[in-house]
Design a protein around this ligand. Structure first.
Ligand SMILES: N[C@@H](CCC(=O)N[C@@H](CS)C(=O)NCC(=O)O)C(=O)O
Length: 201
């Protein structure tokens, strides 16, 4: 199996964490879709990472689909409940965390524009989405993990989203407003799978 990813992609990091937790051997091919020499569009017409290629040559994207593929391999520990509402709820939390990423990426790209072309209202709009999503996550977190008493894809996705905010939107200072999320990240961030996939400084 081969995973094409950039080292800073939080979507790809979700998958790298699942691979590490499940101890699934997988070659990591570092490729940034923003570079002109990228091979990503040949694998994923949308030109985005992560892409996972199976040994049979099938390519899967995007990260929720790849997470589903890894679960379908039936290699423990499992990160998505087998079926029914528990699986839907884990996926819902993953969607909320991924939505934070989508908003953070858009806000970050806006900050890269020259000052005279930058739309502060666009950045504010994305930051509002992030804050509403963080408030929802803060209210949903009543124990150590988001669902049941064991780690799931929901926890991995939220952990990746929070650390991505640290990387690309440090000015948001989310820890000052969301103490449960702060404690959550302090704990989950110590797992080997998180430490070994942290983006380079
Ligand atoms: N929904 C996708 C999002 C993937 C995504 O946006 N990846 C970024 C890297 S963080 C990317 O490849 N962007 C390149 C582009 O938008 O052209 C997923 O979950 O895999």
């Amino acid at each position: 199996m081969k995973l094409t990813a950039s080292l800073t992609s939080p979507y790809a990091r979700k998958i790298r964490i699942l691979l590490a937790e499940k101890q699934i051997p997988c070659e990591l091919v570092v490729d940034s879709p923003w570079e002109t020499a990228t091979s990503v569009p040949a694998l994923n017409p949308l030109g985005k990472v992560p892409v996972l290629e199976t040994d049979d040559g099938e390519a899967f994207f995007d990260s929720p689909v790849i997470a589903g593929f890894l679960e379908a391999l039936d290699i423990p520990p499992h990160f998505i409940p087998q079926a029914g509402m528990p699986a839907v709820r884990v996926r819902q939390t993953e969607a909320l965390a991924d939505g934070i990423l989508d908003a953070a990426v858009l806000a970050y790209l806006e900050t890269l524009r020259p000052a005279e072309a930058r739309l502060q209202s666009s950045i504010d709009r994305q930051h509002d989405k992030i804050n509403r999503a963080l408030a929802r996550l803060e209210s949903q977190l009543t124990g150590e993990f988001f669902h049941d008493d064991r780690i799931s894809l929901a926890d991995v996705a939220v952990g990746c989203a929070l650390e991505y905010l640290d990387l690309r939107a440090p000015g948001l200072d989310w820890r000052a407003h969301y103490p449960r999320l702060k404690a959550f990240l302090a704990q989950i961030g110590e797992r080997d799978s998180f430490v070994s996939t942290r983006p380079p400084a």
